[in-house]
Design a protein around this ligand. Sequence first.
Ligand SMILES: NC(=O)C1=CN([C@@H]2O[C@H](COP(=O)(O)OP(=O)(O)OC[C@H]3O[C@@H](n4cnc5c(N)ncnc54)[C@H](O)[C@@H]3O)[C@@H](O)[C@H]2O)C=CC1
Ligand SMILES: O=C(O)/C=C/C=C(\O)C(=O)O
Length: 486
Amino acid sequence: MADKIVVAGVSVDTRHWIGGQRVASAATFTDNSPIDGRPLGEIARGGPAEASAAIAAAKAAFPAWAATSRTERARILHAVADGVEKRIEELAIVETNDNGALLRSHRRGVMPRVAHNFRFFADWLLKLEHEDFETRGHTNHVSWDPAGPSVLITPWNAPLMLATWKVAPALAAGNTVVLKPAEWSPLTASLLADIAAEAGLPAGVLNVVQGYGSEIGDALTSHPDVRRISFTGSVPTARRIAGSAAANLTPLSLELGGKSPLLVFADADLDLAVDLAVEQYDNAGQVCLAATRILVEEPVAEEFTRRFVEKAATLTQGDPRHESTDIGPNIHPRQLEKIDAFVQRALAAGARAVIGGHREDTQYYAPTLLTDVAQDSEIVQEEVFGPVLTLQTFSTDEEAVRLANDTRFGLAATLATGDPERAERVTAQLVAGTVWVNCFFVRDLQAPFGGSRHSGVGREGGTWSFDFYCDVKNTVTAPNGWKNHG
Ligand SMILES: NC(=O)C1=CN([C@@H]2O[C@H](COP(=O)(O)OP(=O)(O)OC[C@H]3O[C@@H](n4cnc5c(N)ncnc54)[C@H](O)[C@@H]3O)[C@@H](O)[C@H]2O)C=CC1
Ligand SMILES: O=C(O)/C=C/C=C(\O)C(=O)O
């Protein structure tokens, strides 16, 4: 196996990064580009041995990193952000080749956000405090102590953005990290390891191991030296991780799937509502937050559908490296098969494809809108993770809320309405970690982020991230301090 591959002119090390060293594995796996299925290279395929080595390195590096002052930790995280900013173009081009998402989004939105993830949590660390309070003259002081080695397991739909949304707060908290990126998109995590080392992050503080799901994952998540596990991905994998973490009672943060609704009320600005709906095809529908169930109030349903079809027809599907492309490929032929199977079962059950309903080839799926779908049908209840939306109608606010809440998920909801009171009333009744009113995907890192029900466990973001990654401590001091006990 070659130690390095070159992807669109960028050299990427294909080995693990453990304790500040590149480490090869005897086994490898092939990483293919979703753009055309071509192999990008052979990647080191870790297992229990690599998992143990990475956790040992994280454990060894922990005391010194935990003892590093907040200002020094923040300084190094800002230096990582500087390194990301210097390499935005390289990161963007590698990520697009590896996961197929749009190059223009990576350049302008995603990679700047990666840098921001580091800057934000570095700055938040410096202002993290809880005002002291008194109990019968005693002072309560709250502090956030580093917890220890943290295992971070991330998916392929937004690889570096979702990885750094976990890596940055974990490092800011004073924890050391073992990051395992998804096997379908491992490359930018390796570049991050280089950037972090160049920024002065000490050896062993960030470790990156690659490998297939449970082959390496079980050893990472069941290890007794791991103090935190944060995972973004599917519900079945979350169950398995929770099972293996249970033996050690390792605290978990789980950000899982969604089947979020977009509620379009008759009083909405219909053009805005249509824009919000068409936006759900972003990243070829591979977004956990996507509002894939469009619920439209009966009187405007026909007009909404007409305008939606018109707008969707303006989308360009194709090579994600081209500036004019709006929808790229799906991550893997297996994912495409899964998407198509969902759609064909829905059509067989009586759904009607207003647009799409078929694959374009082995990597691209036609943007699809399905109507005549039953609330209890698979296509309405299960996450497809492709460019597939359903449309249902409702007649009253009560019905809208009932339909919106009637899945096992609860990640997000989007409302289009011209009535602020209705927005407030409906929002209060929705089960969702995030509700957007007349907007979508406006994200602030200080906001709590996560899902209810099967969409997740816990919240990350701002202080919530530190609450998760740290051992939160309350110190109660008697009125006369230590002198009180002589
Ligand atoms: N919430 C989200 O953002 C995401 C949701 N999904 C959903 O999951 C479906 C399947 O996609 P997959 O790639 O199979 O998701 P997955 O949940 O299996 O994979 C996500 C990550 O978990 C890792 N993993 C798998 N098994 C593991 C184990 N036993 N221990 C530790 N880590 C393990 C994978 O290697 C990858 O890094 C998608 O169709 C979509 O519905 C997938 C990716 C992201
Ligand atoms: O943190 C964000 O801003 C976005 C998160 C998106 C996902 O978790 C996803 O698409 O899987």
